[in-house]
Design a protein around this ligand. Structure first.
Ligand SMILES: NC(=O)c1ccc[n+]([C@@H]2O[C@H](COP(=O)([O-])OP(=O)(O)OC[C@H]3O[C@@H](n4cnc5c(N)ncnc54)[C@H](OP(=O)(O)O)[C@@H]3O)[C@@H](O)[C@H]2O)c1
Length: 223
């Protein structure tokens, strides 16, 4: 499969590396253009780089892995009909305050889906550190295989992403639709904590909409 990636930072590179290792093709992009991405090409053998539009058109699936504050720059017209993987998290000190998120009225992936009304948005890869993606990937049926939550409105797109997760080394756990994806957003019990399938299901069930865990339990491990 051809995977386009909007973003070329920590999470984009980790997903690209795992996807290429699993036999897929990956094209990364950033806001400054392909000439600024020589370290991507040397750091991830087999990767390709392009403009954001190139990556959007290249991908059968397209991962969005940029600071949330820039989500409106994602080119909707090039993503029509595609599955779009949303790894973004909301950090108000980085992204600025987004009132609907501060009031727990929407989710980060719902915002992206509203910006991409003709794409199938799937929330995934937001609840694991980039470095852990590389370190924790395991073959199918490994006893210590980590599970990752996946949310989407479109069950077919969700199933395709769970298959991709399986190929790159993780079990997928159904985290509901995009309106329910708050269950694994920042500061919830499933956020960036290594868990197996059953542990992840329990953490998703334990999440409370307006309760954020104390920063000390996750802040030092994430950004
Ligand atoms: N790091 C993690 O462990 C981790 C884990 C899970 C989820 N996330 C989330 O994933 C997202 C990316 O995090 P990151 O840590 O990978 O960020 P990062 O290392 O800071 O990289 C951000 C990337 O996005 C690109 N970018 C910024 N604005 C863009 C735009 N408008 N169009 C295209 N590319 C743009 C940047 O390129 P330029 O420099 O050219 O702008 C850069 O390549 C964030 O929402 C973060 O919260 C991160």
């Amino acid at each position: 499969m051809q995977i386009g990636i909007i973003g070329a930072g920590f999470i984009a590179r980790a997903v690209a590396q795992l996807a290429i290792a699993a036999g897929h093709q990956a094209m990364l992009s950033n806001s400054r253009g392909p000439r600024t991405m020589s370290s991507v090409l040397s750091g991830i053998p087999g990767s390709q780089v392009g403009t954001v539009e190139d990556a959007a058109q290249f991908g059968e699936m397209v991962l969005v892995a940029i600071p949330l504050e820039h989500y409106r720059s994602v080119p909707a017209q090039w993503l029509e009909g595609k599955t779009v993987l949303d790894a973004n998290n909301y950090y108000p000190e980085r992204d600025g305050h987004i009132e609907a998120l501060d009031r727990f009225e929407t989710t980060t992936s719902r915002l992206l889906a509203e910006h991409l009304p003709h794409s199938s948005v799937v929330k995934v890869f937001n609840a694991i550190l980039a470095q852990d993606l590389i370190q924790d990937a395991r073959p199918k049926a490994a006893p210590d295989r980590r599970a990752l939550p996946v949310a989407a409105d479109d069950p077919v797109a969700k199933a395709r992403v769970i298959t991709l997760l399986d190929e790159i080394g993780f079990d997928g756990v159904d985290g509901g639709n995009l309106d329910e994806s708050w269950r694994f957003e920042r500061a919830k019990p499933a956020y960036c904590i290594p868990l197996d399938k059953e542990g992840l299901k329990a953490a998703l069930a334990a999440a409370q909409r307006q309760v954020e865990l104390p920063e000390g339990s996750w802040r030092r491990r994430t950004h």
